[in-house]
Design a protein around this ligand. Structure first.
Ligand code: TMP
Length: 209
């Protein structure tokens, strides 16, 4: 039996298929009798939906304005959704979290990365993922898959190349937390790789003292 409260995040560039895989993982966990919550950033709940709209559909934003809106969404999400769900013994799958801020606003936009890590700590109150799945993909392939492009999707290709490199650098920095998946493979096989990374981490957590 898997431990109850495990926090898993899914990260990666645009069009990498992480949201589809997140749904499939949640269904499979529930089918196996586990309590699993699927949620996302930005955009969970009423406050999150309004912030998502401002962030992705609105006018151009200065990088710090953008950052504080993502952090506001996170602070609210952690306190109203993630912490209560983990406290109630749910496994939580979260489509994007702190690493997206470090990568998009830090590696890609150029804001100071260590400051972003500190701001993330304030927003999360110290909540950190047990496992992060990185859906790695050439951004040119990913962007071609995105039909309705939002404000961030429309950034130049070089921006998305920095995003990809940023995620890979973050994964290398903390290899025990990250599992890097080849998201150019067919969705079925990406899902299998994600499932095997997830179940092997769940077994590790079960066996750890
Ligand atoms: P998505 O939910 O469709 O992946 O869109 C979210 C977009 O917001 C995506 O372009 C990544 C971006 N983003 C940031 O730039 N910083 C963040 O902290 C988060 C959570 C997302």
């Amino acid at each position: 039996m898997y431990p109850p409260a495990v926090f898993v995040t899914l990260e990666g560039p645009e069009g990498a298929g992480k949201s589809t895989v997140a749904h499939l993982l949640a269904e499979r966990l529930r089918g196996g009798g586990h309590k699993a919550l699927l949620t996302r950033e930005p955009g969970s709940g009423e406050v999150g939906s309004r912030l998502r709209e401002l962030l992705l559909s609105g006018e151009d934003l200065d990088p710090w304005t953008e950052t504080f809106l993502f952090l506001a969404d996170r602070a609210h999400h952690v306190r109203t959704c993630l912490t209560p769900a983990l406290g109630a013994g749910s496994l939580v799958l979260c489509d994007r979290f702190t690493d997206s801020t470090v990568v998009y606003q830090g590696h890609a936009r150029g804001l100071p990365i260590e400051t972003l890590r500190e701001l993330n700590d304030h927003a999360t109150g110290g909540l950190a993922p047990d496992l992060t799945l990185l859906f790695d993909l050439d951004p040119a392939i990913g962007l071609a898959r995105v039909a309705a492009k939002d404000r961030l999707d429309r950034q130049p290709l070089e921006f998305h190349e920095r995003v990809r490199a940023g995620f890979l650098a973050e994964a290398e920095r903390e290899p025990d937390r990250w599992a890097v998946l080849d998201a150019s493979a067919p969705i079925g096989s990406v899902t299998e790789s994600a499932w095997s990374a997830l179940t092997s981490r769940l077994r590790q957590v079960t066996l750890s003292p």
